[in-house]
Design a protein around this ligand. Structure first.
Ligand code: Q9C
Ligand code: ZN
Length: 334
């Protein structure tokens, strides 16, 4: 299987994040890709598709914010990484504000998504890795792996959050539509609900989004991922959330997976994008499912049995010592 990854993706390396009320070392660090690269072997450098496919998903204003936020932060005399500390409540009237602190709040929803000097470069190349993976799929490959980092599934059209800046899976799915595919399915099996991907496609009938994740009544991102979010307008019936309780192990996980794959089969997709997070692993430091390394191969075999050309996009997974083995186990099923 071809694997796409750019060394630029290491340049995103924030120092700290706010976690449960304290500043702690940033969990989504470059060592994650080192662990995966050591396990999966050689990768291909992605081709540069430019900004156009990114702008089919994200707003121009948001992309411009991402590109300049760190410079603006430094120009304001601030140390360290750019991080927000004030957010507009839902329904607040739109304002055109230039102060960096106001802009950080406008374009984010949480405090775990700092911007450093290399963040734009890294997230740009993470998106390019997904686009190159989709090129391989559209060219006839049965599967490809985009070793994305930073991850993407929490990022919406005009917001960052949950360690995510550009939504690589959404950008790849949209590229498939632009290339003439009629229906694309996205299966998100990261521990956390893929709220950004859901938001991007919620009103769309041509992109099906199915997500298996920790129940948002107990887990981040709380405000999305509930079972009654089924799509809006032309997208009604093309959004499927399957929240599961903390402590979930392989049997109930596979039952949910079969439900998601059944819905995807009925949707009759041309292409599948799988947002894969290894933070469902029992040893994950910020998550509470009970999957084992040896569970990922059978999970992947069930997904492969859907018979769809499948782009795998890396999302979360923070148990770095086991991350390489967990990703290898998953890829072995394709
Ligand atoms: N105290 C991904 O897996 N921080 N993002 C939660 C809990 C955000 C995870 C803080 C977790 C985001 C891609
Ligand atoms: Zn996650």
């Amino acid at each position: 299987m071809r694997i796409f990854h750019s060394p630029h993706q290491r340049l995103h390396a924030p120092e700290k994040e706010l976690h449960n009320g304290a500043f702690v070392p940033f969990a989504e660090h470059p060592g994650r890709v080192d662990a995966i690269l050591a396990a999966v072997g050689p990768t291909d450098v992605p081709a540069d598709h430019g900004e156009d496919p990114i702008l089919r998903v994200h707003s121009r204003a948001y992309v411009d914010f991402l590109k300049t936020a760190f410079e603006d932060w430094r120009a304001a005399g601030r140390p360290g990484d750019a991080a927000g500390y004030v957010w507009p409540v839902v329904g607040r009237r739109p304002l055109k504000l230039s102060r960096i602190d106001a802009r950080l709040g406008q374009y984010s929803y949480d405090a775990s998504t700092p911007i450093g000097s290399g963040t734009w470069d890294a997230t740009y190349w993470s998106a390019q890795a997904a686009l190159s993976g989709m090129d391989a799929i559209l060219g006839g490959e049965r599967s490809a792996f985009a070793l994305c980092r930073p991850p993407g599934h929490h990022a919406g059209a005009d917001y960052m959050g949950g360690y995510c800046y550009l939504n690589a899976a959404a950008i790849a799915a949209e590229a498939a539509i632009s290339a003439g595919r009629k229906r694309v399915a996205i299966l998100d099996i990261d521990y956390h609900h893929g709220n950004g991907t859901q938001d991007i496609f919620l009103t769309r009938g041509d992109v099906f989004f199915a997500s298996i994740h920790a129940d948002p009544r107990t887990d981040y991102p709380f405000y999305w991922g509930h079972a009654d979010e089924t799509g809006i307008g032309g997208g009604e019936g093309t959004n499927l959330n399957l929240p599961l309780p903390q402590g979930t192990s392989i049997a109930p996980f596979e039952a949910a997976l079969d439900r998601a794959l059944g819905a995807i089969a009925r949707f009759d997709a041309d292409v599948l994008v799988c947002s894969f997070g290894a933070d469902t692993f029992a040893g994950d430091p910020i998550s509470f499912f009970e999957l084992r390394t040896e569970d990922y191969g059978p999970i992947a075999r069930r997904i492969a049995a859907a018979g769809l050309p499948t782009l795998i996009v890396m999302e979360g997974g923070y148990a770095v010592d086991a991350l390489g083995a967990n990703v290898s186990s998953f890829l072995s099923g394709f």
